[in-house]
Structure formats: C-alpha cells, structure tokens
Write a protein that binds this ligand. Structure first.
Ligand code: ZN
Length: 225
C-alpha cells in the first residue's frame, strides 16, 4: 500500500473514531477509549500506585524543602509533558489527585498562599494555557488553600527557554528573572510541574524572600534525577 493511500485510510479511521468516541472520551495517558474521563482507570491506577521508584521525596533548594510527588519517568512524566505542550487542562487535576491522601508533612497554616512560576507572556500566547497556574490552583483546592500569582517576570524578551540551555547558562539566564508581585507576610507554597536542576525554583525563592517571605515550601509533580 503506498503512503498516500495509507494516510487517507488513517485519516478516515481517525475521523470515524472521532465520531464514535469524541476526544473527551479518549484517555490522555494511553489513547484508549476511557471509561473514566481524562484518564482511563488503568492509567489512573498506574499514576497513583504504579512502578514509581518513590512516592514523595524532598530535596533542599536554596534552604527550602522541595517535595516531589513522583520521579520524572513513566506515566507521570508523559502526563506532565502532555499538560505542558498539548494544553490538556484536565490533566492538572489528574496529576494533583496523586497527592491524595495528602501526607502529614504537607499541612500548612490556613493563611498559606499557593503560587506558581510565572510563564513568559509570549509562551502563554503560544500555548493558550498556563500549566503552572493550573497545577497550583488544583493543588490549592486539594489543600484547602488559596492560590494567586505572587511573582512576575522581569524582562520577558530576554529570558530564553530553559530547556534549550546548559546548567551554567540556565543560571545566568534566570538571574533576576522574577520579581515579587506583592509584599509577602504569609507562608508560601510554590507549585511547579517538574524539578530538574532547581534553578528556576531557586530564583523564585530569591524573589519571594525579597518580598518578605520567611516560610517557603516547594512542591513539584515530578523530579528529574
Ligand atoms: Zn489510559
């Protein structure tokens, strides 16, 4: 079968699948028809209890405890990437659902504000979805806290995509990238999708401290080795 015919057949198959199973009924984890919304029950189970090397772990980032729910691998990694690049908003709730039952060390005073790493305006326009904000708002709901933006970007034009840079360049690139949006006299929980070098979190912590924050905790869905 030549590739043109194959493509046409594939298009037809996808068209029929879309008619029979609307996009909303397909699992974002495996692509199968989902019986349970955004994720099928098998993928949801895998995210919650799967082959994770650890469930919850923390690392010190600039004197702050940075908790991560899962290693950056397997289904957790796939879903984090999909939330970020394919703007699948429903995944934010699926990912934070894996926080439950919320462990004792994640109990915060009620005045704690949950916040996120601000996304460059240009990227927000491209992606039409602020995944950091969605994760922070979803985590806040699960913790019974409020979420609001406490940081903003300083010079949007000059901050390059972190993923394209080496470690040293990442540090330079992010120097003073964030500034406080308001004075902070309450505990802060900074939520992000993935902790890699910790550089981004560290710059956010600096800016929050400038704003007066004393009690800061970081929470990410996954952590890369
Ligand atoms: Zn699935």
């Amino acid at each position: 079968m030549n590739s043109e015919v194959r493509k046409k057949l594939l298009d037809a198959k996808n068209f029929l699948l879309d008619v029979v199973y609307p996009e909303a009924a397909l699992c974002r984890g495996c692509g199968c028809v989902s019986d349970a919304g955004c994720l099928c029950s098998r993928c949801r189970e895998e995210l919650r209890y799967g082959s994770a090397a650890f469930a919850w772990d923390w690392r010190d980032v600039s004197g702050v405890r940075a908790y991560s729910l899962r290693p950056h691998e397997g289904i957790a990694r796939r879903l984090v990437i999909r939330l970020k690049h394919q703007a699948e908003a429903c995944l934010a709730d699926e990912l934070t659902a894996a926080m439950e039952p919320v462990p004792v060390f994640l109990s915060f005073p009620p005045e704690t504000v949950v916040t996120w790493v601000p996304m460059p305006a240009r990227r927000l326009r491209e992606r039409c979805l602020d995944h950091g904000r969605l994760l922070a708002e979803s985590a806040a709901r699960r913790l019974g806290l409020t979420a609001r933006p406490l940081l903003r970007r300083r010079e949007e034009g000059r901050v390059r995509t972190q993923a394209s840079l080496h470690r040293e360049a990442r540090v330079r690139n992010l120097q003073n990238a964030f500034v406080p949006a308001e004075p902070v006299s309450f505990p802060v929980l900074l939520v992000d999708d993935v902790l890699t070098t910790g550089t981004t979190a560290s710059r956010c912590i600096d800016a929050l401290r400038q704003a007066g924050a004393i009690e800061i905790t970081v929470l990410t869905i996954t952590r890369a080795k």
